[in-house]
Design a protein around this ligand. Structure first.
Ligand code: HEC
Length: 115
């Protein structure tokens, strides 16, 4: 291996690590405003969340999710974190059950009904 090959494989390694890190730390919803994804998000919501958060996420025994003001923050990153990891007050964690893509879809749905 000459100097140039060592240099470029090093650059490749840095690039690949950079890309995988980027995906893990995504803080912006890639599906926001996408009608198809919002529809899928609605289905995910009805199947997994409605029993607690109610019809149209207006809150039942659990918090209303249509308000912009949220206890744990309302940025994409906050919502992702709350849904993925759960909260001590009885909110289950969904990272294993749903995974990243479905969590973003359900957030796209929640954004579409936000008041
Ligand atoms: C077993 C009942 C239950 C289910 C099912 C459930 N949640 Fe929750 N959720 C809660 C409770 C209880 C809280 C309040 C937690 C707290 O205040 O610590 C909460 C809080 C939240 C919050 C934070 C609200 C705020 O004001 O910060 C979000 C967002 C949320 N849930 C989204 C979801 C989504 C999306 C789903 C479906 C994938 C879901 N929840 C399923 C019970 C549930």
């Amino acid at each position: 291996m000459n100097k140039t090959t060592v240099g470029s494989s090093l650059a490749m390694a840095v690039l690949i690590t950079g890309i995988s890190f980027g995906a893990g730390l995504q803080t912006k919803n890639p599906y926001e405003g996408n009608q198809k994804m919002i529809k899928e998000g609605l289905k995910i919501y009805e199947f997994n969340c409605k029993s607690c958060h109610g019809e149209g996420a207006k809150g039942e025994i659990c918090p209303d999710l249509t308000t912009k003001k949220k206890k744990y923050g309302n940025s994409d990153a906050d919502l992702f974190d709350t849904i993925a990891k759960g909260k001590q007050g009885g909110m289950p964690n969904w990272d294993k059950t749903l995974g990243t893509e479905k969590i973003w879809k359900v957030i796209a749905y929640l954004r579409s009904i936000e008041k």
